[in-house]
Design a binder for this molecule. Structure first.
Ligand SMILES: *[C@@H]1O[C@H](CO)[C@@H](O)[C@H](O)[C@H]1NC(C)=O
Length: 258
């Protein structure tokens, strides 16, 4: 015979199990388009940053971005930009991770990352699609090292202290195998901090990246004199846009610091 208590439990159980799914479904996100120079849209552990830091160098143009979906640790977003004039970067529209930062590099065990994207453009585009990480001497301190992992190079180029006689930047290391791809590493200063840039060899375009970003940091601490007592202060992925017209659509972006 069922006691009335047990009967109540049995009746409530389906609702209790359904609750987490309902919460995910109900979570509303701001999918409207944002075009302001410093607009940000936060969802979960991420912020979509317009970051049009070099906008004043353009004679005309615009840059808008919006979230398109969010589930668990995966966010989707897109940006449409158009910049005319000037040789410098106008915007770095990016997805920033806001959690797990300010750890010493020696304390990071992994940084699983996925990024699936596509880009449509018209005319000549000067831009990159890249992860951008910064380290500092202290938690939350000023930038000492910038680590870029380029997934695409559209007529742009890395900061480099050394150049070949034909004017191309000269890598400090070549044919490095990390995260399932082969990279050349460039090094130089941007005037404020050291910049390490991993670029796919053969100008490959990696539209579906899945790998551990910590392996790039480990390469630098093992081979390029970056201290393991540096703190990871910033982790972003986005597009540095200099000129042209493009839409970058990210169907899945996920980054976690363990
Ligand atoms: C990198 O690999 C390419 C293709 O195998 C080769 O041609 C090139 O010489 C290598 N570069 C260096 C510096 O080892």
């Amino acid at each position: 015979m069922f006691s009335s208590k047990l009967l109540t439990l049995v009746c409530l159980l389906p609702f209790a199990l359904a609750a987490p799914t309902e919460l995910v479904e109900r979570q509303s996100i701001d999918t409207s388009s944002h075009c302001g120079q410093w607009d940000t849209v936060t969802v979960g552990a991420y912020s979509l940053l317009l970051d049009q830091w070099g906008k004043s160098g353009a004679s005309s143009g615009s840059d808008c971005a919006q979230l398109t979906s969010f589930s668990g640790t995966t966010v989707a977003w897109k940006t449409t930009w158009n910049w005319v004039g000037g040789n410098g970067v106008k915007s770095f529209t990016n997805m920033q991770l806001n959690s797990g930062l300010n750890k010493k590099l020696s304390a990071i065990s992994s940084m699983p990352a996925t990024w699936k994207w596509s880009q449509s453009s018209s005319g000549t585009v000067v831009a990159d699609v890249a992860y951008d990480l910064f380290t500092s001497n202290t938690a939350g301190g000023s930038n000492v090292n910038e680590i870029m992992i380029w997934l695409a190079n559209y007529n742009a180029g890395p900061i480099s202290a050394a150049y070949n006689s034909d004017g191309t930047p000269k890598p400090v290391a070549s044919n490095i195998s990390l995260a399932g791809h082969t990279w050349n590493l460039y090094k130089g200063s941007n005037g404020a901090n050291e910049v390490f840039s991993f670029l796919p060899t053969g100008n490959a375009i990696i539209t579906s990246f899945s790998g551990d970003l910590n392996t790039f940091l480990k390469y630098l601490t093992s081979n390029q004199g970056v201290s393991t007592s540096q703190f990871l202060v910033t982790a972003q992925g986005g597009t540095e846009a200099t000129s042209g017209s493009a839409t970058l659509t990210t169907s899945a972006f996920s980054l976690v610091i363990n």
